[in-house]
Structure formats: structure tokens, C-alpha cells
Design a protein around this ligand. Structure first.
Ligand code: HEC
Ligand code: HEC
Length: 308
């Protein structure tokens, strides 16, 4: 149907605007309703948003909006909340037991993350980034411990150190048997043969027996009657074929000649108690730390019998 006042394009049947250039007419196609509706809605939304939220810039400030929202304040509040959470996490570590920490997954995760990062900053230089250790610097991943691998023992080692400056540091000095003239070269050689015989069969059996006698006289007070060590004195097991200072004959002779006094710093003055607890959780988790009481000095002499 066509209205007499309107110009209708014959071909498309659409109303034209009446503009015409060289016989080409402009069609008047209105926007679809849904599109217009959306358009007006957007305008309304923009006006509403501008009134409620910070929007219009002034010379020295800006219109703050009726809601008074501020990104800056929101971030500050988030940071504050995070700090508060971290602080409460951190204080919960004070004096916590391993069971207590492990029973709380959030606290455990927090302790592990804090321990790992502190380990990278303070410990990796000596113990390696994964705690794998180097010659003279113990591997913390295995289950071989000088002073004990329970959570409490590890924590104690971190607080007082080993041969460190703390008044109650864990200290036990193995003498420089050769340098100080306590044993001659032959005796040292015999001792090395004796120790190597725990893990290999092709040793000089005469020397091994002589070494065994010297060991019984000189070494059992710290390393135990069957050389299995004593964690209460930081004296390593000498039968497990794990050597902190190397396991070749030259290494062992050198150990006996000059003695060994590894130093692990005490951390009580440099790190907070919470950080030390986090570090103990982390080191304990590395795989070595079983929480069984440190074994008392073993007394059975099975391995000794094998030598005879
Ligand atoms: C300056 C080097 C050095 C730094 C730094 C150091 N350690 Fe040690 N650590 C040692 C040495 C050396 C020993 C072994 C001491 C010994 O021979 O008795 C040791 C021993 C230990 C032990 C005892 C291992 C055992 O078998 O009983 C633990 C646990 C330990 N370190 C953890 C740490 C942690 C955690 C840090 C970081 C806070 C750290 N160490 C930083 C040198 C270091
Ligand atoms: C006063 C206690 C004490 C006596 C006695 C002693 N040791 Fe030790 N020995 C230690 C301690 C502590 C260590 C660990 C040193 C360190 O970690 O720096 C050690 C380390 C060693 C090591 C190095 C182990 C390794 O893993 O590299 C050997 C080998 C050893 N002792 C053999 C002997 C022999 C053999 C005798 C007897 C002649 C002896 N020790 C007497 C305390 C003692």
C-alpha cells in the first residue's frame, strides 16, 4: 500500500527520502527496532554509570560518582586483607608442631611456599638449589642425617647451627689424627681399609683387622661400636657408603689426617622464628625427613662379624 505523499521506489518498494541525484534516489530504510532499543539502552546505561561511578574530569580532581568507588582504595583493601591473612598465617606457624601444620592444608601450603623461597635466598648457596648438596655440604633430600631428620631436629639445627656462633650450637670435633700426631700414616691407612671394607670385598684383610682394632680404641666413642654413627653427636654412619667428604681412599685418608669440622650457620639471628619453622617444614618435606625418633646408638655387630 502506498501513501500518496510518500515517494516509493518502484523496484524495492521502499520509501525514499526524496533526495535524488541524476535519477538515483536515496532509500529510507529505518533501523530495526531491536537495534534502536539496544542503542537507547546503552545511552541510558552510560548516563547511569556516569552518575554512579567516578567519571567526569575536573581541573584538579574528578567527579567521584554517587557510589564513591575507587580502584585505588579497592586495591589497598585487597592488599591489606592479604597482609592480614599472611600475618595470621605466619603467626600460626609460631610454635606449631609438624602435625598441626600438616593438618591444615592452607597453613601447610603457606609454610612450604615461604620455606622454599627462603631456602632459595639463604641456603641454596651451600646446599644447592634443590638441597642436593655438595662435597662437605650435606644433601638434604636423602634420609641420611648427621644430627637427625625429624622436623624438631631440623628446626633445632636451623636455630643453633652446627659448630656455629650460637651458645648452644651443636658441636663435636673430630680430631686431625694425622696432623696432630695422634695416629701415624700406617694406622690411618689401616683405618681407611677398615672403613672401605664395609662396602667392598677386595681390601687388604690384614690391614682391615688392624684398622678394626684402632677403630675400637679411637673412634667408637663417637661413631659407635659398629661404626653406624650417632646422631646425638653428629657423628656420621661410616658403613652406608654415603660420604659427606668423599669415599675414595684418598678422601678418607684426608678426612682422618686433617679432621673435619663442617660449619652450618645458626639462623636464629637472621631469620624470624616463623621463617625458620617454614624452612624446617620445607626441608623435612624434601623426602629425607622421616619423623621417627633418631635411632639410639646401634649395638648389634653383624657387619663386623662379616669381616672376620
Ligand atoms: C655457609 C654454608 C651453609 C649455609 C648458607 C647453610 N648451610 Fe646447612 N649446613 C652446612 C654444612 C657445612 C652442614 C654440615 C655440617 C656438618 O658437617 O656437621 C650443614 C648442615 C645442615 C643441616 C643438617 C643436616 C644433617 O644431616 O643433620 C640442615 C638441616 C641444614 N644444613 C639446613 C640448612 C638450611 C635450611 C639453610 C638455610 C637457612 C642452610 N642449611 C644454610 C652449610 C650451610
Ligand atoms: C669426638 C668424636 C669423634 C671421634 C672420636 C671420631 N670422629 Fe669421625 N667424625 C666425627 C664427626 C662429628 C664427623 C662429622 C664431621 C663433619 O660433619 O664435619 C666425623 C666424620 C668422620 C668421617 C667423614 C664421613 C663422611 O661422610 O665423609 C670419617 C671417615 C670419620 N669421621 C672417621 C673416623 C675415624 C676412623 C675415627 C677414629 C680414628 C673417628 N672418625 C673418630 C666425630 C668423631
Amino acid at each position: 500500500m502506498s501513501d500518496g505523499n510518500k515517494n516509493i521506489d518502484e523496484i524495492s518498494g521502499t520509501e525514499t527520502t526524496g533526495h535524488e541525484w541524476d535519477g538515483i534516489e536515496e532509500l529510507n530504510t529505518p533501523m530495526p527496532r531491536w537495534w534502536l532499543g539496544l542503542f537507547y539502552l546503552c545511552i541510558l546505561w552510560a548516563i547511569g554509570y556516569a552518575i554512579l561511578m567516578p567519571s567526569i574530569p575536573f581541573l584538579n580532581s574528578h567527579f567521584k560518582g554517587l557510589l564513591g568507588y575507587s580502584d585505588r582504595a579497592a586495591v589497598a583493601m585487597d592488599v591489606e586483607a592479604m597482609d592480614a591473612q599472611r600475618y595470621s598465617m605466619s603467626t600460626r606457624l609460631t610454635g606449631a608442631s609438624l602435625e598441626g601444620i600438616q593438618a591444615d592444608p592452607d597453613l601447610f601450603r603457606f609454610a612450604m611456599a615461604a620455606g622454599k623461597s627462603s631456602f632459595g635466598n639463604n641456603c641454596a648457596t651451600c646446599h644447592g638449589s634443590g638441597g642436593q648438596g655438595f662435597k662437605g655440604y650435606p644433601n638434604l633430600n636423602d634420609d641420611i642425617w648427621l644430627w637427625g631428620g625429624t622436623f624438631d631436629q631440623i628446626r633445632h639445627t636451623l636455630v643453633v647451627g652446627i659448630r656455629a656462633e650460637h651458645a648452644e650450637t651443636q658441636a663435636n670435633l673430630m680430631q686431625a689424627y694425622g696432623r696432630d700426631g695422634l695416629l701415624d700414616d700406617e694406622q690411618i691407612d689401616d683405618l681407611a681399609e677398615y672403613l672401605l671394607a664395609f662396602n667392598s670385598t677386595d681390601r687388604d684383610s690384614e690391614a682391615v683387622l688392624r684398622g678394626r682394632t684402632i677403630f675400637a680404641e679411637q673412634c667408637v666413642s663417637c661413631h659407635g661400636e659398629n661404626a653406624k654413627g650417632d646422631q646425638s653427636q653428629g657423628a656420621p654412619n661410616l658403613t652406608d657408603n654415603y660420604w659427606l667428604y668423599g669415599g675414595t681412599k684418598e678422601d678418607i685418608v684426608q678426612t682422618l689426617y686433617g679432621g673435619r669440622q663442617g660449619v652450618m650457620p645458626n639462623w636464629d639471628e637472621r631469620l624470624s622464628p616463623e621463617t625458620i619453622t617454614a624452612l624446617a617444614v620445607y626441608v623435612h618435606s624434601l623426602g629425607g625427613g622421616v619423623d621417627t625418633p633418631s635411632p639410639s646408638m646401634p649395638v648389634d655387630g653383624a657387619s663386623q662379624e662379616d669381616l672376620q
